[in-house]
Write a protein that binds this ligand. Structure first.
Ligand code: SF4
Length: 485
């Protein structure tokens, strides 16, 4: 029998396959078209053949549901600042040498302790109980979780919950038709316009990715494109211009394009992080070619991710890191200065779902003048202090001994006038905190219960850390545990 460390308690019938010879099935979910024999898995390691029937082995097998912010997913033109429930699974139909989430995407490296089980109804209930308006299918790659995503997204539709699909999109045409029916937002990554790059560095092919992106664009669903800029692999002016030209020629100049910084990972560790100047050069090239909305991801640089009115130039959305604040944007997505309709969609504007829930300071709020010790809150009897590091500007906060009760935490900025009260309910025990402002040097998290919490550093947005790398400014990367209390 097939054996995996996270073992397939529940093999479920797979979609998109047909019998092939006597003892095989051919999978048609992604263009790889694996034909595993009986009791063997396909390339992704989570789909395989049993007695001539093709099965999915990762239905509901998920990483911990995590509350994040829509900007985490390289989506800037759909309800800026909205809270999302990020769901990732295990396995991948590609094998990128530079994978930023290799600990969960590459089954042979999987830490089985990171895997949990959720039913589709569980996911919906977490959203409803925590007032989270959108589910994001993200991290490793959602393609290989197709059956679970379709079933859960249809349930989400019935409850008025939006869905977001973040993917490298190496997938076939028929499954994309199903996705278009139940997904609201697509954030698709294009690695390069070079076929050799795809074959050598990702073990996939370029052309199907391009065709599927065009398929989504033709559907009219909300679409944003991102490209990871990897030093020495795809960051030359020629590479970048090829991407820009393809985007303009096939998707137009209004589509948001994100150039995203890479951090050394998996098999590609001999280079440094992507330099901010490379990102800025890519943005300059894109603007010079006529693209209107170009953003830079995984950087704490100021003024590189704002959205402007294309008519009068007013700032519509001000962003720093993963934080977004609407400035001159009304709830119907018009510029409040000149009345021009923007290209931002605001279907959730009427809901009370944005991160800026309580105590949200003005983005340009004052630097605190008093000593840092005096802003440590007295709210909780336990606390974790996190100092932002140049390599890590966000953390996942993880509740270690989760109880099925409501839990309240107080989060206070260090060096900046900002605090929030965070409430975790029913099944939500992991959430993101990210640097809020250039003046903010860290945060203090405090609480009153007997729960234990752990902070895991994020090296990138859409990164799912499974181990304790972390964030003291007094240590060099790779850093170890922040604190466990
Ligand atoms: S989804 Fe998995 S099993 Fe199916 S073709 Fe792609 S890699 Fe192979």
């Amino acid at each position: 029998m097939m054996q995996t460390k996270w073992q397939a308690k529940q093999a479920k019938p797979a979609k998109h396959w047909h019998p092939f010879k006597l003892d095989r099935a051919e999978c048609r979910l992604c263009p790889r078209h694996c034909r595993p024999k009986n009791n063997r898995m396909g390339f992704c390691g989570v789909r395989g053949t049993i007695e001539g029937q093709f099965k999915t082995f990762n239905f509901g097998q998920s990483l911990a549901a995590t509350e994040e912010i829509i900007e985490t997913e390289a989506v800037n033109h759909y309800n800026p600042g909205s809270r999302i429930l990020s769901m990732g699974n295990i396995g991948c139909m590609m094998a990128c040498s530079f994978c930023q989430n290799w600990e969960t995407s590459q089954i042979k490296h999987l830490n089985a302790q990171a895997v949990r089980y959720y039913s589709p109804a569980d996911v919906i209930e977490i959203c409803l109980k925590n007032n989270i308006p959108m589910i994001s299918w993200t991290y490793n790659d959602p393609v290989v979780w197709h059956e679970f995503i379709i079933e859960t997204s249809r349930l989400a539709q019935q409850q008025g919950i939006k869905t977001l699909y973040k993917s490298a999109f190496y997938i076939e045409q028929e499954p994309v038709k199903e996705l278009i029916e139940c997904i609201d937002v697509f954030s698709l990554s294009l690695k390069s316009l070079n076929e050799q790059f795809y074959q050598k560095q990702t073990k996939a092919r370029l052309q199907p990715v391009l065709e599927r992106i065009k398929q989504v664009a033709a559907s009219g669903k909300h679409l944003e494109i991102s490209q990871l800029l990897i030093p020495e692999l795809n960051d030359s002016d020629e590479d970048i211009l090829n991407t820009i030209d393809w985007v303009i020629n096939n998707l137009g100049t209004d589509i948001p394009l994100h150039f995203v910084a890479f951090h050394p990972a998996y098999q590609y560790q001999h280079v440094e992080r992507t330099n901010i100047n490379s990102l800025k050069q890519a943005r300059t090239l894109a603007h010079s070619k006529g693209l209107k909305h170009v953003y830079l991801g995984n950087t704490s640089e100021t003024d590189v991710n704002d959205t402007f009115c294309q008519q009068c130039g007013a700032v519509l959305v001000k962003r720093y890191g993963l934080h977004a604040e609407t400035v001159n944007l009304d709830e119907h997505a018009h510029c409040s200065q000149c009345g021009t309709l923007s290209t931002i969609f605001m279907p959730l504007a009427q809901t009370t779902t944005l991160m800026k829930t309580e105590g949200f300071a003005n983005h340009h709020g004052p630097l605190l003048q008093f000593p840092l010790q005096s802003i440590i809150p007295t709210f909780g009897k336990k606390e974790i202090t996190i100092h932002w590091h140049k390599e890590a500007q966000s953390v996942h906060i993880l509740q270690l001994n989760a109880k099925d009760e409501t839990e309240t935490l107080f989060i206070q900025s260090i060096g900046y006038n900002h605090h929030i009260k965070k409430i975790l309910s029913h099944g939500l025990d992991r959430f993101i905190i990210s640097r809020h402002h250039p003046f903010e040097t860290g945060v203090v998290i405090s609480w009153n219960s007997d729960c234990q919490y752990q902070a895991l550093a994020l090296l990138d947005r859409a990164h799912y850390p499974t181990t304790n790398l972390c964030t003291s400014e007094h240590q060099s990367i790779p850093l170890k545990v922040v604190e466990i209390i």
